[in-house]
Design a protein around this ligand. Structure first.
Ligand code: CP
Ligand code: NVA
Length: 314
């Protein structure tokens, strides 16, 4: 019979980790662990034979695209890359019409775009599951891979301290939800004016109340990383927000993840970065290529995480 997954998440959209219960997030992670192990042992797991995923990319991608495309292949299905240059969405066809058409031909739609509202609109118009492959607000598939990476290194998530140092962006937002759902204590250190969205923090705190996770926002990176088990950073200017990058950089200089900052964390702390990195800006080469960095394992884990998400909802 081979490896099977429970069907209770079939048909669900994957737009935010906040939309899933504590148990559902734990199950997604368990399936990611299982699928990774099967893949490493070269045991076939064709859970999506004959199924097709449409992937709409309005922004660039290396990891997300490759992880979905390869993941779909490994699950026995097929993925289609749709860039704005090639599809009519780029010429002004509406999200609604695009969704109505795709829904008749494919079994799932992944979208990476700017406005989060577009993903919500796509999901409303679509009869097949929609996966958020990154918006300006959230990056949930990233965080499933990140949680898998942390779990592999630390064996248990609950009670860990994760320090996110940098811009309170899409990745920081999804990490807040991921931490809250799994009982990780998370501290974000951002320069004034670049803190995470208070509405996201409020929702994450609702989730945190269920797991006992503590979430806090600071402006001092040294205090944030003190005794942390996991240090996380991301670019200071996200895709689509690069125009004021130079000006922004001045505010972020003391938020660089370098050897000095890392020395304040736990001695066995691991360093994560969703990538792509601007080496020498938010993270030094020394840390990124150093013994505590797990950034490339983290990138690989996108594959296993995406497979779990697709296998469960499609
Ligand atoms: N981390 C991440 O989403 O990478 P890509 O932009 O390359 O997909
Ligand atoms: N915050 C970054 C993440 C890239 C994967 C961005 O949105 O550009």
């Amino acid at each position: 019979m081979g490896y099977q997954v429970d069907s209770y998440l079939k048909g669900r959209d994957f737009i935010s980790i906040h939309d899933f219960t504590v148990e559902e997030v734990a199950y997604i992670l368990q399936v990611a662990v299982d699928l990774k192990s099967l893949q490493k042992k070269k045991i076939a797991h064709p859970l999506l034979t004959g199924k097709t995923l449409a992937m709409i990319f309005q922004k660039a991608s290396t990891r997300t695209r490759v992880a979905f495309e390869v993941g779909m292949y490994q699950l026995g299905g097929h993925a289609l890359f749709l860039s704005p240059r090639d599809i009519q969405l780029g010429r002004g066809e509406t999200i609604y019409d695009t969704a109505r058409v795709l829904t008749r031909m494919v079994d799932g739609i992944m979208i990476r775009t700017f406005e989060h509202a577009e993903v919500l609109e796509l999901a409303r118009a679509s009869f097949v599951p929609v996966i958020n492959g990154l918006t300006d607000l959230l990056h949930p598939t990233q965080v499933i891979g990140d949680l898998l990476t942390i779990l592999e290194h630390k064996k248990e998530l609950k009670g860990l301290k994760l320090a996110f140092v940098g811009d309170g962006n899409n990745v920081a937002h999804s990490l807040l939800f991921g931490a809250a759902k799994t009982g990780i204590n998370m501290v974000i250190a951002s320069p004034g004016g670049y803190e995470p969205d208070p509405a996201i923090l409020e929702k994450a705190r609702e989730d945190a109340a269920l797991t006992g996770s503590q979430l806090s926002i600071l402006s001092d990176p040294w205090e944030a990383v003190k005794d942390a088990d996991v240090i996380y950073t991301d670019v200071w200017s996200s895709m689509g927000q690069e125009e004021d990058a130079a000006e922004k950089e001045e505010h972020f200089l003391k938020f660089q993840v370098n050897r000095h900052l890392l020395s304040h964390a736990a001695t066995d702390a691991i360093v994560l970065h969703c990538l792509p990195a601007k080496r020498g800006k938010e993270i030094t080469d020394e840390v990124m290529d150093g013994p505590q960095s797990v950034v490339f394992e983290e990138a690989e884990n996108r594959l296993h995480a995406h497979k779990a998400i697709m296998a469960l909802i499609m």
